[in-house]
Design a protein around this ligand. Sequence first.
Ligand SMILES: *Cc1c(COP(=O)(O)O)cnc(C)c1O
Length: 403
Amino acid sequence: MDDKVNDIRKLADTYMFQTYARIPLTLVRGEGCRLWDDQGKEYLDFVSGIAVCALGHSSPVVREALERQSQTLVHVSNLYYTKPQTELAKLLVENSFADRVFFCNSGAEANEAAIKLVRRFSKEKYGSGRHVIISMTGSFHGRTMAALSATGQEKIQKGYDPLVQTFKFVPFGDLSSLEKAIDDTVCAVMLEPIQGEGGIVCPSPDYLKGVKEICDARNLVLIFDEVQVGMGRTGKLFAYEHYGVTPHVMTLAKALGNGLPIGAMLSTEELSSAFGPGSHASTFGGTPLVTAVAKAVLKSLLEDGWIENCRQMGEYFREKLEDLNKKHSMIKGVRGLGLILGIELDRPGTPIMDACRKKGILINCIQENILRFVPPLIVGKKEIDLMVAALDETLSEMKGRLE
Ligand SMILES: *Cc1c(COP(=O)(O)O)cnc(C)c1O
């Protein structure tokens, strides 16, 4: 058995690009908040495919929609109309600020579409020369050339220069730097309402309102990347709802398909006019299979109480993390909103992540010293209690070992 297991890892390391520093774990099955490896060991999953599987693994909602749609129509070209993508677009529009939706396959592609849209919109409206997009340091917008050029992290951009020009960076949370960076070449501001990969960085409550006011005063397009924090993750369907601010453009992906690859770029009617026939496209974008699943997922989020569950469990979880914060000096702070929560450590988090995994808990470590918790939104108190107990125990053991 062991040899076979190692075989898979050896084969993966032989035949695939080594783009991932993989954790030595081969997962074979999932159900709800639980995963099993090829040894039959059970894990509580507080990673969820990185904020993807909001309804958990093997969700009956997903399985039913997949089965139903796969028996009728999996794929046709966007040269034709189809029902599932139309219904999903309608549902997204009815539940957001937006008037129109463009479907693609990932978060990076959604951001790519947003970048192209504002470029084109700006050119049509103001002529050439107004093409700079202001982005934030510490941001993450994906791995395509334009998306990584918009990403305010050196390690993501390293080795790829020359980058797509005309992204300008200002510190996240700092309104006066933003104002100073604006000149006649700027057309848009792009940001995550809460920075996910950057370390679960929440701005002060008035920041987004301030950004919107600046954008309005200077006629700039405001783009929110809600790829990670959208679709109920923060305890509201979209994170912007917490701040009393709406963007002009928003991007979604991760939890939208609960594991099926789908991204979406949404905008107001005014912006959408810049994309006419032939200006942008995707072969797979919004294919009947994935949109049928995404529609079922969105309906379940809206109708089955999971966003309310996220709010309640998020509060419960946060209190428990605050208790750990009081107890363990190596925790420097608790951050996040709803069920995107993190703790900042005074040391690298990987040994803690590894120790938790041995206890059957999957968590994730970002920016070296931040532990990120993004469980399925269907998580209950029992799972949170188990997770927090394992973390508590791990932190106590670490303290004994390292101090
Ligand atoms: C994950 C993520 C992306 C990139 O999504 P992909 O589907 O990996 O291309 C973009 N923006 C944010 C905020 C993300 O968290």
